[in-house]
Design a protein. Structure first.
Length: 288
């Protein structure tokens, strides 16, 4: 005798129930979401469709395995963090001080020969300096947009610290690849690091896995094109830009995979404190 009774497929939460329902409906399997507890949900399918429903969900999990960490939608909240303007203001202020005398430039610019003598802090201090007003303006205008977007997704403290360290690693890449003497300064590697963070956590919305992956590829392609447009100028420090961009991608991947909740107030405060401490420590060492 054929079993025609409805079959319940339990899910871990309402969101999973909605996702699975979309998957089944796309395959022509009628389903409805039912609540079986205070916070428990299940899918109800006809008994005649139950075997095909389980097979469809099994294939769905096999198809999406390894993509879950990237396909997770961005954290809900504002899409742009206006407090990122504070970092831009700090760069403008510091450039104003450096423009009044050569002390800050000579003490903080990246110099491979001085670095080889033990002046490690130049990897960090060089990120906050700029050649001239045009160099500063380019990094501030582009940086404000990218930092604001990254801060909205990762939080202000985490995004600033991650992008800053990406800029530092960009200087490390330049030091390792370019022949000496290698000299560099500017926040371009940090800006490219913010771009890498954005690609590592694209806002792709909801939908079926195939649609999400399509959006993901579009977002990644757009990010690479932006890098080519903004960071691949042959007259600029392309190695530092690429190093910062790659480091931003890596940090974004690490943050997404971390069990820590980067948007918790405590973690944001620790990250922002570490960022400020690094600035004070390295510049204090440079000006000693």
């Amino acid at each position: 005798m054929t079993n025609v009774s409805p079959v319940l497929i339990p899910t871990k939460d309402r969101k999973q129930a909605m996702d699975w329902s979309l998957v089944l409906v796309s395959q022509g399997i009628e389903t409805s979401i039912v609540q079986i507890g205070e916070e428990r949900f299940a899918l109800e399918v006809a008994g005649k469709d139950s075997v095909r429903a389980f097979q469809t969900l099994k294939l769905y999990h096999k198809e999406t395995r390894g993509w879950d960490w990237w396909l997770t939608p961005a954290v809900e909240g504002p899409r742009f963090e206006p407090l990122a303007l504070l970092w831009v203001v700090a760069l403008v202020f510091w450039h104003g001080l450096a423009d009044k005398g050569p002390l800050l430039i000579s003490a903080g610019a990246m110099d491979s020969e001085r670095f080889a003598l033990g002046e490690w802090w130049r990897l960090f201090t060089a990120v906050t300096l700029h050649h001239d007003l045009a160099h500063l303006a380019a990094n501030c205008t582009i940086g404000l947009v990218l930092f604001g977007l990254a801060a909205a997704r990762y939080g202000l403290g985490v995004s600033l610290l991650a992008a800053y360290l990406a800029g530092v690693l960009g200087n490390v890449a330049g030091w390792m690849i370019y022949d000496p003497p290698y000299r560099s300064l500017g926040a371009s590697g940090m800006v490219m690091g913010a771009l890498g963070l954005l690609i590592a956590r694209p806002s792709i919305g909801e939908g079926l896995p195939s649609l999400k992956r399509k959006r993901l590829m579009i977002a990644a392609s757009a990010g690479v094109m932006l890098f080519m447009l903004l960071g691949a100028n042959p007259q600029s420090d392309m190695v530092a830009h690429l190093g910062g961009f790659a480091a931003g991608l890596l940090f974004g991947w690490m943050i997404r995979r971390s069990v820590l909740k980067e948007n918790s107030a405590w973690n944001q405060q620790i990250a922002l404190g570490a960022f400020i401490l690094l600035l004070l420590l390295t510049w204090g060492r440079a000006l000693r």
